[in-house]
Design a protein around this ligand. Structure first.
Ligand SMILES: Cc1cc2nc3c(=O)[nH]c(=O)nc-3n(C[C@H](O)[C@H](O)[C@H](O)COP(=O)(O)O)c2cc1C
Length: 359
């Protein structure tokens, strides 16, 4: 059987040399004012043999902060910082997108300027705690965006896309997954709005689709992707009809011409979603006509099988990329992978970041 994973893939105008994608991974190694560090340039350059790197979630606006030491993509200095990263990856022959992100309610007054309330689709809080600059705190009730404010928030995403291209990225991935702002509009457990952005599913998809349209018109369809997580229940995400909600959203994506849909496989049990008999990507493939990336829990053999079975076109790897900068070479040679050390995922500094051994 020929290994499909190591064959090229045409993604818009980019030719990927293989179908191994580096998943977006927040590592909290940015510097002051959320400016990407030189250390980050070394880290991404080490991983340039990936078919495509999707760089870590990056704040589109200061209100989108929910973790310390993460990078942004809304100031000129941040753009300059990212140029180190994109230049270093390009020098090694790689291709790199940037994930653009607003956390919405997954924030706290302690993260916001002047102690403002975090923004969301509705004033509905997460039942849980958040790690703030002052330690773990109970999540708080966010402020619902007014209808009039929403166009400006959509613009934050398209500004971020413009900045990302200025910084030398090959494209952007809209972060619509994992309980953050777009997800908060999409699912009815976090959206009880009564305007055109809430209520029936046709309204709840509106914010995400307006962001997609704005980013496509800024960056071009070839340079735009979106990530969704139809099975995620972390951070109090619930929907009265999750399969229906995500099926509708994914079918609507066919109306747009853009680079890819990136789906996250469940990391928690999904017994409440029997439709996903095996993989989420396998279920939603039937509703989406474009390029599909699947991520979550893949090994070499499982990835190859998913490609052979046409469940996805590209496979993204998260944790395996943390500890294996030369993941593609290791897969080709079928050698053992380095174990990742979760203790250093977010600790800052070089340890557990740029010191994993290569073959
Ligand atoms: C340390 C860490 C940071 C992550 N950061 C992000 C992120 O910035 N954006 C995102 O969409 N997913 C993020 N994820 C999720 C990964 O992209 C991926 O979906 C997850 O690790 C499952 O893939 P895997 O089984 O190959 O690791 C993160 C995961 C980890 C472990």
């Amino acid at each position: 059987m020929t290994q499909k994973l190591f064959t090229p893939y045409q993604l818009g105008d980019l030719t990927l040399p293989n179908r191994v994608v580096m998943a977006p991974l927040t590592r909290r190694r940015a510097g002051k004012d959320f400016i990407p560090s030189r250390l980050m340039a070394s880290y991404y350059a080490q991983r340039a043999s990936a078919g495509l790197i999707i760089a870590e979630a990056s704040m589109i606006h200061r209100t989108g902060l929910g973790y310390s030491d993460i990078p942004g993509i809304y100031t000129n200095n941040q753009v300059e910082g990212w140029k180190w990263v994109t230049g270093a990856v390009r020098d090694k022959g790689g291709r790199i997108f940037l994930q653009i992100w607003h956390v919405g309610r997954y924030s706290h007054t302690l993260f916001q300027e002047n102690g403002a309330l975090p923004l969301s689709s509705s004033a509905i809080k997460i039942d849980g705690v958040i790690n703030t600059p002052d330690g773990y705190k109970e999540c708080i009730v966010p402020r619902a965006l007014s209808t009039d404010e929403i166009p400006r928030v959509v613009e934050w995403y398209s500004n971020a896309a413009r900045n990302a291209l200025k910084a030398g990225f090959d494209g952007v991935e809209i972060h619509g997954a994992n309980s953050y702002l777009i997800d908060q509009f999409l699912q009815d457990g976090s959206n009880d709005r009564t305007d055109q952005y809430g209520g029936v599913i046709e309204n709840r998809v509106r914010f995400g689709l307006e962001v997609l349209e704005a980013v496509i018109s800024e960056a071009g369809g070839n340079r735009t992707g979106i990530r969704l997580s139809p099975s995620n229940i972390k951070n109090s995400m619930t929907d009265s009809n999750p399969v229906g909600t995500f099926t509708y959203m994914i079918e609507r994506l066919n109306d747009f011409n853009f680079a890819y849909l990136h789906l996250v496989e469940p990391t928690l049990p999904v017994d409440h979603l029997p439709q996903y008999k095996k993989e989420v990507a396998q279920y939603f493939r039937q509703f989406y006509n474009g390029t599909l990336i699947s991520c979550g829990g893949y090994t070499l053999d499982k990835a190859e099988n998913a490609l052979q079975e046409k469940q996805a076109d590209l496979i993204a790897f998260g944790v395996p990329y943390i500890s294996n900068p030369d993941l593609v070479e290791r897969f080709i040679q079928r050698v053992a992978l380095n174990e990742a050390d979760p203790a250093t995922f977010y600790t800052g500094g070089e340890k557990g970041y740029i010191d994993y051994p290569v073959l």
